[in-house]
Design a protein around this ligand. Sequence first.
Ligand code: SAH
Ligand code: SF4
Ligand code: F3S
Length: 462
Amino acid sequence: METFIGNNEVIFEQLRQKLRSTGNKACVHSFGCQLNVSDGEKIKGVLRKIGYSFTDSYSDADLIMLNTCAVRENAEDKVFGIIGSIKHLKEINPDLIIGISGCMSAQEHIVEKIKKSYPQVDIVVGTSAITLLPKLLLECLDGKKFSADITEYDSFSENCEQVRESSFKASVPIMFGCNNFCTYCIVPYVRGRERSRNACDIINEVTNLVHNGYKEIMLLGQNVNSYGNDLQDGISFPELLIRLNSIEGDFIIRFMSSHPKDVSDELIDAMSECKKVEKHLHLPVQSGSNSILLAMNRRYTVEKYMGIINRLREKNPEFSVTTDIIVGFPNESDDDFEQTIKLLQNVRYDNVFSFIYSKRTGTKAAAIDDKISEEIKGKRMRHLLEVQCTIAGENYKRFQNKIIRVLVDGECHRKQGFLNGKSDEFIIVEFEGDKSLIGTFVNVRITKTMSRSLYGEIVRKG
Ligand code: SAH
Ligand code: SF4
Ligand code: F3S
Protein backbone atom coordinates (compact mmCIF):
# COMPACT_ATOMS: atom_id res chain seq x y z
CA MET A 1 0.00 0.00 0.00
CA GLU A 2 1.27 3.37 -0.94
CA THR A 3 1.42 6.05 1.72
CA PHE A 4 1.27 9.15 -0.41
CA ILE A 5 0.17 11.97 1.83
CA GLY A 6 1.34 14.36 -0.88
CA ASN A 7 -1.77 13.39 -2.85
CA ASN A 8 -4.10 14.57 -0.13
CA GLU A 9 -6.36 16.93 -2.07
CA VAL A 10 -7.74 18.61 1.07
CA ILE A 11 -4.28 19.76 2.16
CA PHE A 12 -3.49 20.83 -1.40
CA GLU A 13 -6.63 22.99 -1.60
CA GLN A 14 -5.91 24.63 1.76
CA LEU A 15 -2.38 25.36 0.60
CA ARG A 16 -3.63 26.90 -2.65
CA GLN A 17 -5.97 29.21 -0.68
CA LYS A 18 -3.16 30.35 1.59
CA LEU A 19 -0.72 30.91 -1.22
CA ARG A 20 -3.01 33.58 -2.66
CA SER A 21 -1.90 35.95 0.11
CA THR A 22 1.81 35.14 -0.13
CA GLY A 23 4.12 34.81 -3.10
CA ASN A 24 4.35 31.48 -4.87
CA LYS A 25 7.80 31.21 -6.35
CA ALA A 26 9.90 28.28 -5.20
CA CYS A 27 13.61 27.61 -5.53
CA VAL A 28 14.46 23.93 -5.09
CA HIS A 29 18.19 23.32 -4.89
CA SER A 30 19.33 19.67 -4.83
CA PHE A 31 22.78 18.54 -3.73
CA GLY A 32 24.49 15.14 -3.83
CA CYS A 33 23.76 12.14 -6.00
CA GLN A 34 21.32 11.71 -8.86
CA LEU A 35 18.83 9.96 -6.60
CA ASN A 36 18.60 13.13 -4.59
CA VAL A 37 18.28 15.23 -7.74
CA SER A 38 15.45 12.90 -8.77
CA ASP A 39 13.78 13.49 -5.38
CA GLY A 40 14.17 17.22 -6.00
CA GLU A 41 12.28 16.82 -9.29
CA LYS A 42 9.47 15.09 -7.37
CA ILE A 43 9.43 17.83 -4.72
CA LYS A 44 8.98 20.29 -7.57
CA GLY A 45 6.14 18.12 -8.90
CA VAL A 46 4.32 18.41 -5.57
CA LEU A 47 4.98 22.15 -5.36
CA ARG A 48 3.74 22.73 -8.90
CA LYS A 49 0.53 20.91 -8.00
CA ILE A 50 0.09 23.25 -5.05
CA GLY A 51 0.51 26.24 -7.35
CA TYR A 52 4.18 27.19 -7.11
CA SER A 53 6.20 28.34 -10.09
CA PHE A 54 9.98 28.04 -10.07
CA THR A 55 13.04 30.24 -9.96
CA ASP A 56 16.75 29.47 -9.76
CA SER A 57 17.45 32.49 -7.60
CA TYR A 58 17.25 32.45 -3.81
CA SER A 59 16.45 36.17 -3.69
CA ASP A 60 13.43 35.79 -6.02
CA ALA A 61 11.95 32.92 -4.04
CA ASP A 62 9.07 32.77 -1.53
CA LEU A 63 10.02 29.20 -0.69
CA ILE A 64 13.60 27.92 -0.66
CA MET A 65 13.99 24.14 -0.39
CA LEU A 66 17.54 22.92 0.16
CA ASN A 67 17.47 19.21 -0.72
CA THR A 68 20.65 18.10 0.99
CA CYS A 69 23.37 15.42 0.89
CA ALA A 70 25.14 13.97 3.93
CA VAL A 71 27.69 11.67 2.33
CA ARG A 72 30.72 13.77 3.36
CA GLU A 73 31.26 16.55 5.86
CA ASN A 74 32.01 19.16 3.19
CA ALA A 75 28.58 18.51 1.63
CA GLU A 76 26.97 19.37 4.99
CA ASP A 77 29.21 22.39 5.59
CA LYS A 78 28.21 23.80 2.22
CA VAL A 79 24.51 23.66 3.15
CA PHE A 80 25.09 25.25 6.57
CA GLY A 81 26.97 28.02 4.72
CA ILE A 82 24.01 28.60 2.40
CA ILE A 83 21.50 28.60 5.29
CA GLY A 84 23.63 31.33 6.88
CA SER A 85 23.92 33.34 3.68
CA ILE A 86 20.16 33.41 2.95
CA LYS A 87 19.11 34.50 6.46
CA HIS A 88 18.97 38.19 5.47
CA LEU A 89 16.44 37.41 2.70
CA LYS A 90 13.81 37.00 5.42
CA GLU A 91 14.18 40.68 6.29
CA ILE A 92 13.45 41.63 2.67
CA ASN A 93 10.61 39.09 2.26
CA PRO A 94 8.97 38.30 5.64
CA ASP A 95 6.81 35.62 3.94
CA LEU A 96 9.87 33.68 2.81
CA ILE A 97 9.82 30.02 3.91
CA ILE A 98 13.10 28.12 4.23
CA GLY A 99 12.90 24.32 4.16
CA ILE A 100 15.56 21.63 4.46
CA SER A 101 15.00 18.17 3.00
CA GLY A 102 17.12 15.22 1.90
CA CYS A 103 19.77 13.12 3.58
CA MET A 104 21.16 15.68 6.04
CA SER A 105 17.77 16.25 7.55
CA ALA A 106 17.19 12.53 8.07
CA GLN A 107 19.66 12.69 11.00
CA GLU A 108 18.36 13.68 14.42
CA HIS A 109 21.55 15.45 15.51
CA ILE A 110 21.37 17.67 12.43
CA VAL A 111 17.71 18.53 13.08
CA GLU A 112 18.68 19.50 16.66
CA LYS A 113 21.53 21.65 15.39
CA ILE A 114 19.28 23.44 12.90
CA LYS A 115 16.58 24.00 15.51
CA LYS A 116 19.09 25.42 17.98
CA SER A 117 21.37 27.50 15.79
CA TYR A 118 19.47 28.34 12.59
CA PRO A 119 16.13 29.97 13.54
CA GLN A 120 15.68 31.12 9.94
CA VAL A 121 14.77 27.54 8.98
CA ASP A 122 11.00 26.90 9.07
CA ILE A 123 10.71 23.31 7.88
CA VAL A 124 12.84 20.19 8.16
CA VAL A 125 11.71 17.08 6.35
CA GLY A 126 13.65 13.82 5.98
CA THR A 127 14.05 11.78 2.82
CA SER A 128 10.27 11.43 2.50
CA ALA A 129 9.81 15.06 1.58
CA ILE A 130 7.48 14.24 -1.27
CA THR A 131 4.94 12.74 1.09
CA LEU A 132 5.35 14.98 4.13
CA LEU A 133 6.13 18.38 2.67
CA PRO A 134 2.52 19.51 2.03
CA LYS A 135 1.56 18.87 5.67
CA LEU A 136 4.60 20.77 6.97
CA LEU A 137 4.10 23.65 4.55
CA LEU A 138 0.53 24.02 5.75
CA GLU A 139 1.65 24.09 9.40
CA CYS A 140 4.18 26.72 8.53
CA LEU A 141 1.68 28.89 6.63
CA ASP A 142 -0.63 28.53 9.65
CA GLY A 143 2.04 30.26 11.73
CA LYS A 144 3.95 27.40 13.33
CA LYS A 145 7.54 28.50 13.99
CA PHE A 146 9.39 25.25 13.28
CA SER A 147 7.94 22.12 11.71
CA ALA A 148 10.04 18.99 11.50
CA ASP A 149 9.13 15.44 10.51
CA ILE A 150 11.81 12.95 9.63
CA THR A 151 9.63 9.85 9.83
CA GLU A 152 10.69 7.24 7.35
CA TYR A 153 7.72 6.68 5.05
CA ASP A 154 8.08 4.63 1.95
CA SER A 155 9.47 6.98 -0.65
CA PHE A 156 7.48 5.31 -3.42
CA SER A 157 5.50 7.85 -5.32
CA GLU A 158 4.24 6.17 -8.46
CA ASN A 159 1.55 8.77 -9.00
CA CYS A 160 3.74 11.71 -8.27
CA GLU A 161 4.26 14.24 -11.03
CA GLN A 162 7.82 15.24 -11.66
CA VAL A 163 9.27 18.49 -12.94
CA ARG A 164 12.23 17.12 -14.88
CA GLU A 165 15.33 19.26 -15.34
CA SER A 166 16.05 17.93 -18.83
CA SER A 167 13.85 17.23 -21.84
CA PHE A 168 16.08 14.40 -23.10
CA LYS A 169 17.86 12.85 -20.10
CA ALA A 170 15.76 11.20 -17.39
CA SER A 171 16.69 9.60 -14.09
CA VAL A 172 14.55 6.62 -13.14
CA PRO A 173 15.06 5.29 -9.61
CA ILE A 174 14.48 1.54 -9.63
CA MET A 175 15.06 1.07 -5.91
CA PHE A 176 15.51 3.09 -2.76
CA GLY A 177 17.68 2.58 0.32
CA CYS A 178 20.64 0.31 0.97
CA ASN A 179 21.25 -2.85 3.03
CA ASN A 180 25.02 -2.94 2.82
CA PHE A 181 26.25 -0.85 5.72
CA CYS A 182 29.74 -0.17 4.42
CA THR A 183 31.35 1.00 7.64
CA TYR A 184 32.16 4.53 6.39
CA CYS A 185 28.78 5.27 4.82
CA ILE A 186 25.79 7.25 6.12
CA VAL A 187 23.42 6.29 3.28
CA PRO A 188 21.75 3.23 4.92
CA TYR A 189 21.00 5.40 7.98
CA VAL A 190 19.40 8.22 6.03
CA ARG A 191 17.73 6.24 3.24
CA GLY A 192 16.54 3.13 5.08
CA ARG A 193 16.51 -0.46 3.79
CA GLU A 194 16.31 -1.55 0.15
CA ARG A 195 12.92 -1.22 -1.48
CA SER A 196 12.58 -2.13 -5.16
CA ARG A 197 9.93 -0.63 -7.41
CA ASN A 198 7.72 -3.00 -9.38
CA ALA A 199 9.20 -3.89 -12.75
CA CYS A 200 5.88 -2.99 -14.47
CA ASP A 201 5.96 0.53 -13.07
CA ILE A 202 9.56 0.99 -14.19
CA ILE A 203 8.88 -0.38 -17.67
CA ASN A 204 5.80 1.85 -18.05
CA GLU A 205 7.73 4.91 -16.91
CA VAL A 206 10.59 4.26 -19.32
CA THR A 207 8.18 3.52 -22.19
CA ASN A 208 6.45 6.86 -21.59
CA LEU A 209 9.74 8.71 -21.35
CA VAL A 210 10.95 7.23 -24.64
CA HIS A 211 7.62 8.13 -26.27
CA ASN A 212 8.10 11.66 -25.07
CA GLY A 213 11.48 11.91 -26.75
CA TYR A 214 13.85 11.09 -23.90
CA LYS A 215 17.16 9.75 -25.23
CA GLU A 216 19.00 8.80 -22.05
CA ILE A 217 17.44 6.74 -19.27
CA MET A 218 19.59 6.58 -16.13
CA LEU A 219 18.46 3.75 -13.84
CA LEU A 220 19.31 4.62 -10.27
CA GLY A 221 19.82 2.73 -7.04
CA GLN A 222 22.49 2.53 -4.35
CA ASN A 223 23.11 -1.02 -5.49
CA VAL A 224 21.17 -1.78 -8.67
CA ASN A 225 22.43 -5.37 -8.75
CA SER A 226 20.34 -6.30 -5.75
CA TYR A 227 17.24 -4.96 -7.52
CA GLY A 228 14.28 -7.25 -6.97
CA ASN A 229 15.74 -9.21 -4.04
CA ASP A 230 12.88 -7.91 -1.90
CA LEU A 231 10.16 -8.69 -4.46
CA GLN A 232 8.38 -11.94 -5.26
CA ASP A 233 8.14 -11.62 -9.07
CA GLY A 234 11.62 -12.98 -9.76
CA ILE A 235 12.76 -10.16 -12.03
CA SER A 236 16.46 -9.57 -11.45
CA PHE A 237 18.40 -6.50 -12.58
CA PRO A 238 19.81 -8.21 -15.71
CA GLU A 239 16.27 -9.32 -16.62
CA LEU A 240 15.02 -5.77 -16.11
CA LEU A 241 17.74 -4.51 -18.47
CA ILE A 242 16.67 -7.06 -21.10
CA ARG A 243 13.03 -5.95 -20.84
CA LEU A 244 13.87 -2.25 -21.01
CA ASN A 245 16.18 -2.92 -23.96
CA SER A 246 13.22 -4.29 -25.91
CA ILE A 247 11.25 -1.04 -25.67
CA GLU A 248 11.11 0.43 -29.16
CA GLY A 249 12.99 3.64 -29.88
CA ASP A 250 16.42 5.19 -30.18
CA PHE A 251 17.71 5.69 -26.65
CA ILE A 252 20.49 4.67 -24.28
CA ILE A 253 20.09 2.95 -20.91
CA ARG A 254 22.63 3.82 -18.23
CA PHE A 255 22.70 2.63 -14.63
CA MET A 256 24.45 3.27 -11.35
CA SER A 257 25.70 2.16 -8.90
CA SER A 258 26.74 -1.48 -9.01
CA HIS A 259 28.15 -3.21 -5.95
CA PRO A 260 30.91 -5.69 -6.89
CA LYS A 261 29.60 -8.30 -4.46
CA ASP A 262 26.40 -8.61 -6.54
CA VAL A 263 27.72 -8.43 -10.11
CA SER A 264 26.72 -11.69 -11.83
CA ASP A 265 27.63 -13.33 -15.14
CA GLU A 266 24.01 -12.65 -16.15
CA LEU A 267 24.67 -8.92 -15.79
CA ILE A 268 27.76 -9.11 -17.99
CA ASP A 269 25.82 -11.16 -20.57
CA ALA A 270 22.91 -8.72 -20.52
CA MET A 271 25.27 -5.78 -20.97
CA SER A 272 26.87 -7.48 -23.98
CA GLU A 273 23.61 -8.48 -25.62
CA CYS A 274 21.44 -5.43 -25.00
CA LYS A 275 22.38 -2.91 -27.68
CA LYS A 276 20.63 -0.03 -25.92
CA VAL A 277 22.64 -0.50 -22.72
CA GLU A 278 25.68 1.74 -22.34
CA LYS A 279 29.19 0.41 -23.05
CA HIS A 280 30.25 1.31 -19.56
CA LEU A 281 30.27 -0.13 -16.07
CA HIS A 282 30.69 2.05 -13.00
CA LEU A 283 31.99 -0.39 -10.41
CA PRO A 284 33.05 1.31 -7.17
CA VAL A 285 36.02 -0.54 -5.66
CA GLN A 286 36.82 1.93 -2.81
CA SER A 287 40.27 0.41 -2.07
CA GLY A 288 42.86 -1.95 -3.55
CA SER A 289 43.78 -3.44 -0.17
CA ASN A 290 41.97 -6.54 1.08
CA SER A 291 42.42 -5.58 4.72
CA ILE A 292 40.85 -2.15 4.10
CA LEU A 293 38.03 -3.75 2.08
CA LEU A 294 37.37 -6.00 5.07
CA ALA A 295 37.39 -3.04 7.48
CA MET A 296 34.99 -1.26 5.10
CA ASN A 297 32.65 -4.31 5.13
CA ARG A 298 32.64 -4.37 1.33
CA ARG A 299 32.35 -8.17 1.22
CA TYR A 300 34.63 -8.81 -1.78
CA THR A 301 38.37 -9.15 -2.30
CA VAL A 302 40.60 -7.50 -4.88
CA GLU A 303 40.88 -10.92 -6.57
CA LYS A 304 37.10 -11.25 -6.88
CA TYR A 305 36.87 -7.70 -8.20
CA MET A 306 39.57 -8.36 -10.82
CA GLY A 307 37.66 -11.49 -11.85
CA ILE A 308 34.60 -9.35 -12.71
CA ILE A 309 36.68 -6.83 -14.66
CA ASN A 310 38.40 -9.62 -16.62
CA ARG A 311 35.11 -11.32 -17.48
CA LEU A 312 33.58 -8.03 -18.60
CA ARG A 313 36.58 -7.19 -20.77
CA GLU A 314 36.84 -10.66 -22.30
CA LYS A 315 33.32 -10.25 -23.62
CA ASN A 316 33.46 -6.53 -24.33
CA PRO A 317 37.01 -5.26 -24.81
CA GLU A 318 35.78 -1.84 -25.90
CA PHE A 319 33.75 -1.17 -22.73
CA SER A 320 34.76 1.58 -20.37
CA VAL A 321 35.11 0.98 -16.62
CA THR A 322 34.99 3.69 -13.95
CA THR A 323 35.14 3.55 -10.17
CA ASP A 324 34.95 5.33 -6.80
CA ILE A 325 37.92 5.33 -4.41
CA ILE A 326 38.12 6.45 -0.79
CA VAL A 327 41.57 7.73 0.16
CA GLY A 328 42.56 7.70 3.82
CA PHE A 329 40.09 5.27 5.38
CA PRO A 330 41.03 5.18 9.12
CA ASN A 331 44.53 3.74 9.59
CA GLU A 332 45.09 3.08 5.86
CA SER A 333 48.84 2.33 5.72
CA ASP A 334 51.31 3.33 3.01
CA ASP A 335 51.20 -0.26 1.85
CA ASP A 336 47.38 -0.28 1.68
CA PHE A 337 47.49 2.88 -0.40
CA GLU A 338 50.19 1.45 -2.69
CA GLN A 339 47.90 -1.51 -3.34
CA THR A 340 45.17 0.91 -4.43
CA ILE A 341 47.61 2.51 -6.86
CA LYS A 342 48.54 -0.97 -8.16
CA LEU A 343 44.87 -1.78 -8.66
CA LEU A 344 44.43 1.42 -10.68
CA GLN A 345 47.36 0.38 -12.86
CA ASN A 346 45.98 -3.13 -13.31
CA VAL A 347 42.40 -2.17 -14.11
CA ARG A 348 43.26 0.99 -16.08
CA TYR A 349 40.00 2.85 -15.43
CA ASP A 350 38.74 5.49 -17.85
CA ASN A 351 37.71 7.66 -14.90
CA VAL A 352 38.03 7.54 -11.12
CA PHE A 353 35.92 9.51 -8.67
CA SER A 354 38.11 9.81 -5.59
CA PHE A 355 37.20 11.14 -2.16
CA ILE A 356 39.15 11.72 1.01
CA TYR A 357 37.52 9.72 3.82
CA SER A 358 35.09 11.79 5.83
CA LYS A 359 34.01 10.71 9.30
CA ARG A 360 30.22 10.30 9.53
CA THR A 361 28.56 10.36 12.95
CA GLY A 362 26.71 7.11 13.66
CA THR A 363 28.70 4.89 11.27
CA LYS A 364 30.98 2.08 12.48
CA ALA A 365 34.17 3.58 11.08
CA ALA A 366 33.55 6.80 13.03
CA ALA A 367 34.52 4.91 16.20
CA ILE A 368 37.98 3.95 14.87
CA ASP A 369 40.87 5.91 16.37
CA ASP A 370 42.52 7.16 13.16
CA LYS A 371 46.28 7.70 13.35
CA ILE A 372 46.82 9.01 9.81
CA SER A 373 47.23 12.78 9.42
CA GLU A 374 45.20 14.90 7.02
CA GLU A 375 48.46 15.96 5.39
CA ILE A 376 49.32 12.37 4.45
CA LYS A 377 45.78 11.84 3.14
CA GLY A 378 46.08 14.97 0.98
CA LYS A 379 49.42 13.79 -0.38
CA ARG A 380 47.99 10.37 -1.24
CA MET A 381 45.04 11.98 -2.98
CA ARG A 382 47.30 14.15 -5.16
CA HIS A 383 49.41 11.13 -6.09
CA LEU A 384 46.33 9.09 -6.99
CA LEU A 385 44.99 11.88 -9.20
CA GLU A 386 48.33 12.12 -11.04
CA VAL A 387 48.51 8.38 -11.65
CA GLN A 388 44.92 8.27 -12.87
CA CYS A 389 45.39 11.28 -15.15
CA THR A 390 48.25 9.49 -16.94
CA ILE A 391 46.25 6.26 -17.24
CA ALA A 392 43.16 8.00 -18.65
CA GLY A 393 45.33 9.99 -21.10
CA GLU A 394 46.83 6.74 -22.39
CA ASN A 395 43.48 4.90 -22.42
CA TYR A 396 41.70 7.57 -24.43
CA LYS A 397 44.19 7.20 -27.28
CA ARG A 398 42.26 4.06 -28.27
CA PHE A 399 39.56 6.39 -29.62
CA GLN A 400 41.89 8.29 -32.00
CA ASN A 401 40.34 8.34 -35.53
CA LYS A 402 37.42 6.19 -34.36
CA ILE A 403 33.81 7.17 -34.99
CA ILE A 404 31.72 7.04 -31.82
CA ARG A 405 28.14 7.87 -30.95
CA VAL A 406 27.56 10.85 -28.68
CA LEU A 407 24.40 12.18 -27.03
CA VAL A 408 24.73 15.97 -27.27
CA ASP A 409 24.39 17.54 -23.82
CA GLY A 410 24.79 21.25 -24.42
CA GLU A 411 26.99 24.11 -25.48
CA CYS A 412 30.63 24.22 -24.52
CA HIS A 413 31.08 27.19 -22.20
CA ARG A 414 34.74 27.72 -23.03
CA LYS A 415 34.48 27.62 -26.82
CA GLN A 416 31.88 29.40 -28.91
CA GLY A 417 30.18 27.24 -31.53
CA PHE A 418 31.25 24.06 -29.77
CA LEU A 419 29.04 21.43 -28.18
CA ASN A 420 29.72 18.68 -25.68
CA GLY A 421 28.15 15.36 -24.91
CA LYS A 422 28.78 11.89 -23.60
CA SER A 423 29.71 8.84 -25.63
CA ASP A 424 28.12 5.43 -25.07
CA GLU A 425 31.26 4.74 -22.99
CA PHE A 426 30.36 7.70 -20.69
CA ILE A 427 33.29 9.80 -21.90
CA ILE A 428 33.02 13.55 -22.48
CA VAL A 429 33.37 14.54 -26.14
CA GLU A 430 33.66 18.08 -27.54
CA PHE A 431 33.03 19.07 -31.18
CA GLU A 432 31.83 21.93 -33.35
CA GLY A 433 28.11 21.97 -34.09
CA ASP A 434 24.83 23.81 -34.07
CA LYS A 435 22.92 23.97 -30.80
CA SER A 436 19.84 22.52 -32.53
CA LEU A 437 21.66 19.19 -32.11
CA ILE A 438 21.34 19.31 -28.31
CA GLY A 439 19.38 16.28 -27.14
CA THR A 440 20.14 14.17 -30.24
CA PHE A 441 22.65 11.43 -31.02
CA VAL A 442 25.49 12.34 -33.40
CA ASN A 443 28.45 10.36 -34.72
CA VAL A 444 31.79 11.99 -34.02
CA ARG A 445 35.18 11.14 -35.49
CA ILE A 446 37.79 11.60 -32.76
CA THR A 447 40.66 13.82 -33.88
CA LYS A 448 42.34 14.54 -30.55
CA THR A 449 42.40 12.81 -27.17
CA MET A 450 43.27 14.24 -23.75
CA SER A 451 43.07 12.80 -20.22
CA ARG A 452 39.60 14.13 -19.37
CA SER A 453 37.85 14.34 -22.72
CA LEU A 454 37.91 13.60 -26.42
CA TYR A 455 37.70 16.10 -29.31
CA GLY A 456 36.36 15.48 -32.78
CA GLU A 457 34.11 16.39 -35.66
CA ILE A 458 30.61 15.29 -36.53
CA VAL A 459 30.60 12.90 -39.48
CA ARG A 460 26.89 12.45 -39.97
CA LYS A 461 23.81 12.70 -37.85
CA GLY A 462 23.21 9.48 -35.83
N1 SAH B 1 25.95 3.11 -3.32
C1 SAH B 1 27.06 3.56 -4.03
C2 SAH B 1 27.74 4.75 -3.46
C3 SAH B 1 27.00 5.90 -2.93
S1 SAH B 1 27.99 7.12 -2.18
C4 SAH B 1 28.08 2.45 -4.05
O1 SAH B 1 28.18 1.66 -3.13
O2 SAH B 1 28.83 2.45 -4.98
C5 SAH B 1 29.13 7.53 -3.49
C6 SAH B 1 30.56 7.39 -3.10
O3 SAH B 1 30.87 8.27 -2.04
C7 SAH B 1 30.97 6.03 -2.57
O4 SAH B 1 31.20 5.12 -3.59
C8 SAH B 1 32.22 6.34 -1.81
O5 SAH B 1 33.36 6.29 -2.64
C9 SAH B 1 31.99 7.78 -1.37
N2 SAH B 1 31.74 7.86 0.08
C10 SAH B 1 30.72 7.35 0.78
N3 SAH B 1 30.87 7.61 2.09
C11 SAH B 1 32.02 8.32 2.22
C12 SAH B 1 32.72 8.86 3.32
N4 SAH B 1 32.29 8.73 4.57
N5 SAH B 1 33.89 9.53 3.08
C13 SAH B 1 34.34 9.66 1.81
N6 SAH B 1 33.73 9.15 0.73
C14 SAH B 1 32.58 8.49 0.93
FE1 SF4 C 1 26.96 3.34 1.11
FE2 SF4 C 1 27.95 0.93 0.75
FE3 SF4 C 1 25.35 1.31 0.52
FE4 SF4 C 1 26.97 2.29 -1.32
S1 SF4 C 1 26.66 0.12 -0.88
S2 SF4 C 1 25.27 3.35 -0.33
S3 SF4 C 1 28.76 2.85 -0.15
S4 SF4 C 1 26.54 1.51 2.38
FE1 F3S D 1 24.22 12.17 -0.60
FE2 F3S D 1 22.01 11.04 0.18
FE3 F3S D 1 22.86 10.69 -2.27
S1 F3S D 1 23.85 11.20 1.37
S2 F3S D 1 25.07 10.81 -2.07
S3 F3S D 1 22.23 12.61 -1.40
S4 F3S D 1 21.76 9.22 -1.02
